[in-house]
Design a protein around this ligand. Structure first.
Ligand code: NOJ
Length: 761
């Protein structure tokens, strides 16, 4: 398959001549691709671009949903203009497409790539993209679940396996990681990211990029990452997906933009725009975001793709009059590639001919896309990742499933365990009750294109594998009662020692477009919980959820509650491991659970206000709702273990931090009889500054193993940089003042507290 080859060396000379190679990981990858390149062949990218017609250039900037009939993703992404596979191949051969996404494995990719390499004029390899969000065939916990591990290295490992499987199936490019900060739990896409915190968001963004991209993009087991959705998609007003975002510059710079930046600094090859507008300008038409911030300030050198039809959607948003204007605005804003709408292919050639878009600019975007194809090794071997035999060989390997089990175990958060109800003795007679008793669905999560729920271990199988003694009763469906369901559940509860109540959200209740106005359990499940609680049997709630929920009544008051998100392939085994104490739970909430839906957006790093309600009873004319304190039911960072953990002896290495650093230490003790993994968290607060500061901010954390009866001293180092904040002009500053510091088990616990003076040099 040598036709159309362009050596990386010449190609990169064309693509990257203007680049001063420096320490950027993306640059390093491109350099490595160059170093590993095969024998030099005949043309450079620059020469190739010279040969291209305007139509072919616009084609290289046009991505379409795969039209392979029956493709797994057809339901998720209704095909656009090219909705017939034969027609789509013809379009690819004509040079109208740069590639397709969410197609159907190596067999489809082989047919398309072969057609293009054999029959197209310029023989530019196609790019195959897909939403590989938290696994390909082996499914890992949803993003927010995995973030509960507080272990970015775990996310790097799971992304690596996802890339290994997906690249084995002909995929070059994943639309992940999604790094949008989610502080309003009504927003359904909370499940996909890393939750509400900026530090966790940054660390997981970088880890996932590293995992997908591996050491070199040019290998047959890596995927190019796509940091999305740029920008601030998670801050949609009222948690309503696609809604407008209106945000101050300091908040944008200090919180929301930073995870994207972290992903880009880790070397992500691409960025996806967002559906939302930001301060009146749609993200996809936002020159400030897509060019001034992304390229001029951050030095991003990959390419930018629209989120689906977000370019065309600027018409409905009232920002573009028609498709031609939408294409012009998006392109001039800095969006290199258009997904699905077809507006670039349709209008960019005409816009260039009419002088509204310069051909140089068009060439620059084409160069970025071709450089990405080159970095992915496609010019040297367009079939690098396409091998139907390899696809099967890489799928669901025992080592991948073992990692899925480890990831699931580490994602489970034990938020309550009164009277040490957990872990259970294997002899306990259990009644497994609730809609998630049912197998074959709602295990993997809402945003899985290629995984199969039927292959994932459900709760019943997990309990069986653990040798548990249990009965099974549905009791209720997810959103509708079942005739006789409650009666059967009550009878089952009566006959058991302990009830395992498997309740929560179905896959359909979170994810894209699944905003909720009330983040509560559906009424039929609440009724089931109340009836079962009446039996007086101890209840272990096993919550399935794509977001934080406001828990009420018998669920809120259950003696034991496990937050289990959507855990993927090894879900049931991992839950059983925790239930029976094979592993001690170690997950921590990456999103705060509020008392009531009406508190949203609720996040721990909020401001004090001038009228905070002091600890204790609610006071008149203080900042709280009539119905509830404005704190969390289960705060960010909260999670219990099977140990008995206490914090003591805060020690500061100095009273003052000017230059250099200060060490903050505490002793963490496990006085229980079981080993535990504790996630120790460091928070700070600046008491007075020229911009009011959040009541707490996570600055560092560490997971430590603590044997029964053991204690450890945990030391953190803080520098002035950790205490910087963004002022009203959008600039990072450091101001002198008193800093509160806590080492604590969660964002609202006192843990151990001290203060020091900050006097930046
Ligand atoms: C729309 C979603 O917002 C985005 O995350 C996804 O990658 C694209 N659809 C393609 O499926």
């Amino acid at each position: 398959m040598n036709q159309g080859r362009v050596s990386r060396r010449t190609l990169l000379a064309g693509a990257g001549a203007a680049l001063a190679w420096s320490a950027s990981p993306l640059r390093a990858m491109l350099q490595q691709a160059e170093a590993e390149a095969g024998p030099a062949t005949r043309r450079s990218i620059a020469a190739l671009i010279k040969e291209m017609t305007l139509e072919e250039k616009a084609g290289q900037l046009t991505l379409m949903p795969a039209a392979w009939s029956g493709g797994v993703a057809t339901d998720l992404n209704p095909p656009g203009a090219d909705n017939n596979f034969t027609k789509q191949i013809a379009a690819a051969v004509a040079g109208d497409l740069t590639g397709v996404f969410n197609g159907n494995g190596a067999a489809m990719a082989l047919r398309m790539q072969r057609a293009v390499m054999e029959r197209s004029r310029l023989k530019i390899p196609l790019l195959f993209a897909a939403d590989v969000i938290h696994g390909y065939r082996t499914i890992f916990p949803v993003g927010v679940g995995e973030a509960a591990s507080f272990e970015p290295a775990l996310a790097e490992r799971t992304a690596r396996i996802a890339a290994f499987e997906a690249s084995g199936a002909g995929i070059d490019w994943t639309f992940a990681p999604m790094v949008d900060i989610a502080r309003d739990q009504r927003w359904g896409r909370t499940m996909e990211g890393a939750g509400e915190d900026v530090l966790i968001g940054r660390l997981f963004a970088a880890a996932r990029v590293r995992g997908f991209q591996g050491k070199s993009l040019a290998r047959d087991d890596t995927l190019m990452a796509c940091v999305k959705h740029f920008a601030a998609y998670g801050a949609a007003e009222a948690g309503l997906d696609y809604n407008s975002v209106d945000m101050s510059l300091p908040r944008l710079v200090e919180i929301y933009l930073r995870p994207y930046r972290a992903g880009i600094d880790a070397g992500a090859g691409s960025v996806m725009t967002a559906f939302n507008e930001l301060n009146g300008v749609p993200s996809t038409g936002n020159h400030w975001l897509q060019t001034e911030v992304l390229r001029d300030d951050w030095g991003f050198e990959g390419f930018v793709v629209s989120d689906y039809t977000s370019d065309e959607e600027m018409i409905a948003a009232g920002f573009a009059a028609d498709r031609r204007e939408a294409a012009r605005i998006a392109f001039l804003a800095g969006v290199d590639m258009s997904m699905t709408s077809g507006v670039y292919r349709e209008h960019l050639p005409g816009l260039v001919r009419d002088g509204l878009v310069s051909e140089d600019q068009l060439d620059r975007s084409v160069r970025r896309v071709l450089a990405a194809k080159a970095a992915l090794g496609l010019f040297d071997d367009p079939f690098l990742r396409i091998d139907p035999a390899r696809e099967k060989k890489r799928s669901r390997l025992p080592s991948s499933l073992a990692l899925a089990r480890e990831a699931a175990q580490k994602s489970i958060v034990l938020v309550r365990n009164e009277g040490d109800l957990l872990p259970l003795s294997p002899k306990t007679k259990l009644a497994l009750i609730g809609p998630f008793v049912r197998d074959g669905r709602d295990i993997n999560g809402p945003w899985v294109v290629y995984g199969d729920n039927g292959q994932s271990v459900d709760l019943a199988v997990g309990l069986k594998n653990a040798g548990a003694d249990f009965s099974m009763t549905l009791g209720s469906d997810v959103e509708a009662p079942i005739p006789g369901g409650i009666e059967a559940a009550v009878a089952a509860a009566r006959a058991a020692d302990v009830v395992l109540l498997a309740i929560g959200e179905s896959e359909r209740m979170s994810g894209e477009a699944q905003s909720r106005s009330e983040i509560v359990l559906p009424a039929p499940q609440q009724a089931l919980a109340e009836a079962v609680a009446q039996t007086g049997k101890p209840i272990v709630v096993i919550l399935r959820n794509g977001r934080a929920l406001a828990l009420h009544g018998a669920v809120k008051n259950a003696p034991a509650i496990l937050v289990t998100w959507f855990l993927g392939s090894e879900s049931g085994n991992a839950i059983a491991d925790v239930l029976f104490g094979k592993v001690s739970p170690s997950g921590r909430l990456p999103v705060s659970f509020p008392h009531e839906s009406g508190q949203e957006p609720y996040y721990y790093a909020h401001k004090s206000t001038g009228r905070p309600n002091p600890p204790g009873p609610l006071q008149e004319y203080k900042a709280h709702y009539r119905e509830t304190a404005n704190n969390a039911l289960f705060p960010f960072g909260h999670g219990l273990t099977y140990g008995k953990i206490s914090y003591s002896d805060l020690a500061l290495s100095a009273k003052r931090l000017s230059g250099g650093s200060i060490e903050v230490a505490a002793t963490i003790r496990n006085s229980g009889s079981r080993a535990a993994v504790e996630t120790v968290q460091l928070y700070t607060h600046q008491r007075v500054a020229s911009m009011t500061q959040p009541v707490r901010q996570l600055r560092a954390f560490r997971k430590i193993a603590l044997g029964a009866g053991k204690a450890k001293t945990v030391r953190f180092v803080l520098t002035g940089e950790d205490l910087a904040f963004v002022n009203g002009a959008g600039k990072w500053v450091r101001e002198a003042g008193v800093i509160d510091v806590w080492i604590a088990p969660n964002a609202e616990a006192e843990g151990v507290h001290g203060t020091f003076d900050f006097a930046p040099a």
